[in-house]
Design a protein around this ligand. Structure first.
Ligand code: GLN
Length: 493
């Protein structure tokens, strides 16, 4: 077996047995990146030298008997996490020259546990998007291809599309992502891998470039649920530098993989049966219900009556917070500064016009509009009230059931360029994922099957706040039942 095909769990065991060195493992991934990144564009920055130095340090730690959860494991870091001394762009021209002097808490936690960083993964600009088409550093190609039409270049989903493509194509064993409205789960589903959006407050947001602060959730990608659980265990934990970080012990997420679902009550929310849902997705959902039932869960119908307002609420709250967060990019404090301005106001305007792409500008416009005097009550305040109702839906459902099962996305990966002319159609990608962000509850996407074009489709499990363990247990049960073993056309080896 190729080193790049190993899971994180298997690689750690192999490193402990000295079957291979951390250096060899890192070199195999760097070679895969060199071969495939020109095509996939999954990485904006590759830190080969740093990765090899970290791998050597990992080998030394292993020799000392000081191996930790991730010692020697090569990862991709979404280019939204600040990395000390390594350029961090957020996929935007406005941060293209930005080299942070500090390390985000999540990436620092991964380094503490011995991880090797291969580089910074491509993303939609400021994590705004579902296709990775909005990155100032060019689109990412999904390593999967349609069986009938291998010419079509598919999107990996977004915004963490580079992270998902890198893990699917075996350029990295795992990756970090952020999920504000679906940006871990949707690309995981499109690329045939697993991804967890933990509970809000489980992983620190400190040092993560802010999009919409009340909705941003850092979390992991990997090819198995167990690997995601291992990564989440390292990433999570209380951080006094983030005032919304939860002061709770980090459970043994990995142990939860083996728990099974016997005796669990799983809810199937009827409102997710969206109009026009494809027969394939409906069938996969039914299959998932059968798998969990066969594994010993009790499956019941539940209602989340405010689901239909989720997208509209999200697309008011997220741009409102984004417009405020992005006000800091003024040409004075961070990154790009436009030349030739006449006065300060002119400097701001030129810098922001040069630095921000169309989608980011659209969000800033919507956000400032819904927050402006006269419209604040009609839009922003209203959306916050509906958000409270959506949270109440989940609270009421979780009085009856332990977790919810839904599809992750309303379709499989689409082709580059599709849906770009109509932002509203693009926003429909997030219909099944945004409610969990609005409520702050944990959710996983697990690859569960292929559509008629041979493209992967994911199932989503949503759980109670701070009960990632049940989400992981149910996700692992689906993974075992699905036996998803398909691999993308474009991959290392
Ligand atoms: N697709 C959603 C958006 O464009 C979600 C993005 C995300 O989760 N970062 O806002």
């Amino acid at each position: 077996m190729m080193l790049t095909d190993l899971t994180i769990a298997a690689a750690r065991a192999g490193l402990d047995r000295r079957d291979f060195t951390a250096r060899a493992l890192t070199e195999a991934h760097l070679a895969a990146i060199e071969a495939l990144n020109p095509r996939l564009n999954a990485f904006i920055t590759v830190t080969a030298e740093q990765a090899l130095a970290q791998a050597d340090a990992a080998d030394a730690a292993l020799r000392r008997g000081d191996g930790r959860a991730l010692t020697g494991v090569p990862l991709a870091i979404k280019d939204l996490f600040c990395t000390a001394g390594v350029r961090t762009t957020a996929g935007s021209n406005i941060l293209a020259p930005f080299v942070p002097p500090y390390e985000s808490t999540v990436s620092a936690n991964l380094l503490r546990d011995g991880a090797v960083f291969l580089g910074k993964a491509n993303l939609d600009e400021f994590a705004m998007g579902s296709s990775n088409m909005t990155s100032a550093f060019g689109p990412v190609q999904n390593p999967w291809q349609r069986a009938q039409d291998a010419e079509a270049v598919l999107v990996p989903g977004g915004s963490s599309g580079g992270s998902a493509a890198a893990v699917a194509a075996r350029l990295a064993m795992g990756a970090t992502g952020t999920d504000t409205g679906g940006s871990i789960r949707q690309p995981a589903s499109f690329c045939g891998i697993a991804g967890i959006k933990p509970t809000y407050g489980r992983c620190s947001r400190w040092g993560v470039v802010a999009f919409a602060s009340s909705l941003d959730h850092p979390g992991p990608f990997a090819r198995t649920v167990e690997d995601c659980a291992i990564l989440l265990g390292a990433m999570a934990g209380h951080d006094p530098k983030d005032s919304t970080s939860a002061d709770l012990q980090v459970p043994d997420f990995r142990a939860a993989c083996a728990r099974g679902v016997k005796g669990l009550r799983i809810g199937v929310p009827r409102e997710y049966r969206a109009d026009g849902m494809s027969a394939e997705i409906e069938a996969l959902w039914q299959q998932g219900i059968a798998w969990l039932r066969d594994a010993g869960a009790e499956v019941v119908d539940v209602s989340l009556p405010h689901t239909k307002y989720g997208l509209a609420t999200y697309y008011i709250v997220a741009p409102a917070e984004a417009s405020s967060n992005l006000a800091r990019y003024d040409g004075v404090r961070f990154g790009l500064r436009a030349s030739g301005g006449e006065d300060l106001r002119d400097l701001y305007e030129r810098t922001r016009a040069e630095g921000f792409g169309a989608e980011v500008r659209r969000r800033v416009l919507i956000g400032t509009y819904v927050l402006s005097a006269g419209y604040y009550d009609a839009y922003y305040l209203r959306a916050q009230k509906v958000r409270a109702l959506i949270l109440r839906d989940f609270t009421e459902a979780f009085a009856e059931v332990d977790a919810l099962l839904t599809p992750t996305t309303p379709s499989a990966a689409f082709a580059q360029g599709e849906r770009m002319d109509d932002p509203v159609t693009m926003y429909l990608n997030d219909v099944f994922t945004v409610p969990a962000n609005l409520a702050g509850v944990p959710a996983i996407s697990v690859p569960a099957g292929l559509d008629g074009n041979g493209l992967p489709l994911g199932l989503q499990v949503i759980g109670r706040a701070f009960d990632e363990e049940t989400v992981i247990a149910a996700g692992a049960a689906i993974e075992r039942a699905a036996g998803f073993a398909a691999v993308p056309a474009i991959r290392a080896g």
